[in-house]
Design a binder for this molecule. Structure first.
Ligand SMILES: Nc1ncnc2c1ncn2[C@@H]1O[C@H](COP(=O)(O)OP(=O)(O)OP(=O)(O)O)[C@@H](O)[C@H]1O
Ligand SMILES: CC(C)(CO)[C@@H](O)C(=O)NCCC(=O)O
Ligand SMILES: [K+]
Length: 259
């Protein structure tokens, strides 16, 4: 079984691939101080609940927070007796290297999304990921990541308003009934919800114009469905895109690797 670990800046997801399908997805808050032993206690509790025999023999990690990698490596070594593949490290090959400015370290989550989306949807894609940041990853004809856009995440924007303005409460994002809010909460929800609809729509339009060709828009991340309520922003929504990409990168390295 393959353990896929996707560490974002906010949450870390562990998924188990049994060779045919994902058996489980488990989510924990990202904290670089969490030790290998802490991860294992948490994991083994969830494994016990699921009541299946866990036999991890390979691991792959995507970590947008580089400091978490040390403890995740120890977890893989100590408890699963494997050396994990870490996306972005020289020994982890990608089907297509990214084409970006020299010296740029592309977020591994963006590279992984690109691989997952190209496998399912083919060339010329814009992948939109609603995580801590809202990212747009552009996929070229041959599947390569060729750049994109990084905007503040929806929940970060809400948090920033609350932090920076004494009279603005913390608000959860939702689709407001009207654009014109008649109370403070409704005004904030409108600004963030309609603001992000406009942001996605505008950026997608501009990317298409710059590329001068049809491009499909694939959305992922927890908030993607919220922004898909009847606006035709996306051609597809895939909540497992990052995990799908991680599995593909693992298989690619196994096939092309030294073994
Ligand atoms: N309607 C909603 N309102 C607020 N949060 C939501 C809503 N729907 C889903 N979420 C949140 O979205 C998050 C899942 O998003 P995702 O895994 O894509 O990114 P993240 O964990 O926030 O960021 P990162 O991957 O950068 O760590 C979960 O924390 C979930 O609570
Ligand atoms: C943009 C985020 C934070 C999105 O998770 C991550 O992909 C990241 O830290 N990227 C590094 C910079 C880049 O992708 O160009
Ligand atoms: K994510």
């Amino acid at each position: 079984m393959l353990l896929c670990i996707d560490t974002g800046n906010t949450n870390t997801v562990f998924s188990i691939w049994d060779g045919t399908r994902f058996l489980a997805h488990w989510r924990i808050r990202t904290d670089h101080r969490r030790t290998a032993d802490e991860y294992y206690v948490w994991l083994s509790t969830l494994i016990a609940v699921q009541k299946f025999e866990l036999q991890i023999d390979a691991c792959i990690i995507s970590a947008t927070a580089p400091r978490v990698v040390f403890n995740l490596r120890v977890l893989c070594n100590r408890y699963f007796d494997t050396r994990p593949l870490v996306v972005g490290k020289p020994d982890c090959l990608l089907p297509m290297p990214p084409r970006v400015d020299p010296g740029t370290t592309v977020g591994p989550d963006r590279l992984v999304n690109t691989v997952g989306a190209y496998d399912r949807h083919g060339p010329d894609l814009i992948v939109v990921d609603f995580g801590t940041a809202t990212t747009f990853d552009v996929v070229d004809r041959d599947g390569a990541y060729i750049g994109g856009v990084i905007a503040p995440g929806v929940n970060l924007s809400l948090e920033a308003l609350h932090m920076g303005a004494a009279s603005l409460p913390h608000v959860d994002v939702t689709m407001p009934a009207t654009v014109i809010g008649t109370n403070t909460v409704a005004c904030i929800q409108s600004g963030v919800f309609w603001g992000y609809v406009g942001l996605v729509d505008g950026i997608v339009d501009k990317i298409r114009a710059e590329r001068d060709r049809p491009m499909k828009v694939i959305a992922t991340g927890g908030l993607a469905p919220l922004f898909d309520q009847g606006f035709d922003l996306f051609d597809a929504i895939e909540d497992d895109l990052t995990m799908h990409g991680l599995r593909l990168i693992h298989d690619y390295n196994k096939e092309t690797g030294d073994g």
